[in-house]
Design a protein around this ligand. Structure first.
Ligand SMILES: Nc1ncnc2c1ncn2[C@@H]1O[C@H](COP(=O)(O)OP(=O)(O)OP(=O)(O)O)[C@@H](O)[C@H]1O
Length: 253
C-alpha cells in the first residue's frame, strides 16, 4: 500500500536557484526509500518540502491519498501526526530546556490523545514514557535528564523515540546517523530497522553515506543537482545497468 507519493516536484529559492527539478517517487507502507547524493544536491530541501516546511513551486506531494501542498497550516495539523522527522542534529528535535520525559510527552499531548495507538498504550505519563524509552533501548532513568546530559547516540535515540511516539506512518530522516561515531551509527541503523519492522513504519532515509542508506532501504534513489537520476531496488545497486554517476558513488566505497 502506498503511503506517500511525490510527483514532479520542483523548488526554486528566492535567490533564483532551482534546487529540485522534476522529482518523483513513492513510498510503500513499512518500506524504506533511501535517497543518496553529494552535498548540495538538494536532499535536505527535499526533506523540508516533504515535511511541508518549504513550499514547492509545482508538482504534488500526497500522504495517505491527501494532497498536502495546498493545505493551510490548520488543515495540515491532522497530517503532522502521520509524518514525523529526525534530523542530523538531535537538538533540532529535543528542546534543551526540557527534560527528556517532557520532550517525549510533547507529541502525545499535541496529537496522540486523538489517535488510536496500536503498539503503545497510555495509562499514565510515567508508564507511557517508560514504554517509549524501552522501544529505543534507552534506560528509564534518562527520562529525568536534560538533552546535554545524554551522549550523542542517546540523544539521537531520544529524538527517534519522540518521532515514533505517536506511531506516525512516515518518518523522514535527514542524515540521522551522520553526527555519530561508527559504532553508534551501526547500532542506530540496527535500531531503525527493528523499529521499522516492529511498528510497520515507512521511512525516507536521506544521507550522503551510501553504505548506511543501502543497509536500511529497500529502494534507492540517486540525486544529482536536484534531479533523480537513478532509481532501483537496493539489490540492484551493483548492476551494470546503473547510471554512471551511481557507479561512481559505489566506486568510492
Ligand atoms: N533557504 C535557502 N535559500 C536559498 N538557497 C538555499 C536555501 N536552502 C538551501 N539552499 C541551496 O540549495 C542547494 C541544496 O541545498 P540542500 O541543503 O538541500 O542540499 P543537501 O543535498 O542536503 O546538502 P548537504 O548534504 O550538504 O546537507 C544548496 O546550493 C543550498 O545552498
Amino acid at each position: 500500500m502506498e503511503v506517500m507519493n511525490i510527483s514532479r516536484v520542483t523548488k526554486t529559492f528566492s535567490t533564483g536557484r532551482q534546487v529540485l527539478d522534476d522529482v518523483s517517487f513513492s513510498l510503500e507502507k513499512g518500506q524504506c526509500v533511501g535517497i543518496i547524493g553529494e552535498s548540495g544536491c538538494g536532499k535536505s530541501t527535499l526533506a523540508r518540502c516533504l515535511l511541508q516546511l518549504e513550499k514547492i513551486d509545482s508538482g504534488e506531494i500526497s500522504l495517505n491519498g491527501q494532497l498536502l501542498q495546498d493545505l493551510s497550516a490548520k488543515e495540515l495539523k491532522p497530517f503532522r501526526q502521520q509524518i514525523q522527522a529526525v534530523f542530523q542534529n538531535p537538538s533540532a528535535s529535543l528542546n534543551p530546556k526540557l527534560k527528556i520525559r517532557d520532550s517525549l510527552m510533547d507529541p502525545y499531548l499535541q496529537f496522540g490523545s486523538q489517535k488510536e495507538m496500536q503498539h503503545f498504550s497510555y495509562t499514565s505519563n510515567e508508564q507511557y514514557v517508560h514504554q517509549l524509552l524501552q522501544a529505543v533501548e534507552l534506560p528509564a532513568c534518562l527520562a529525568d535528564r536534560y538533552p546535554h546530559e545524554l551522549s550523542g547516540g542517546q540523544q539521537q535515540r531520544a529524538a527517534i523515540c519522540r518521532a515514533i511516539s505517536i506511531e506516525p506512518d512516515v518518518v523522514i530522516m535527514d542524515e540521522p546517523t551522520s553526527s555519530l561515531d561508527v559504532l553508534s551509527q551501526a547500532s542506530l541503523l540496527k535500531l531503525l530497522e527493528t523499529l521499522r519492522q516492529q511498528f510497520s513504519l515507512s521511512y525516507v532515509f536521506i544521507s550522503h553515506d551510501l553504505a548506511a542508506v543501502a543497509s536500511l532501504s529497500q529502494h534507492l534513489l540517486v540525486m544529482k543537482e536536484g534531479r533523480m537520476i537513478d532509481a532501483f531496488p537496493t539489490e540492484e545497486l551493483f548492476s551494470p545497468r546503473r547510471h554512471s554517476y551511481t557507479k561512481e558513488l559505489v566506486s568510492m566505497y
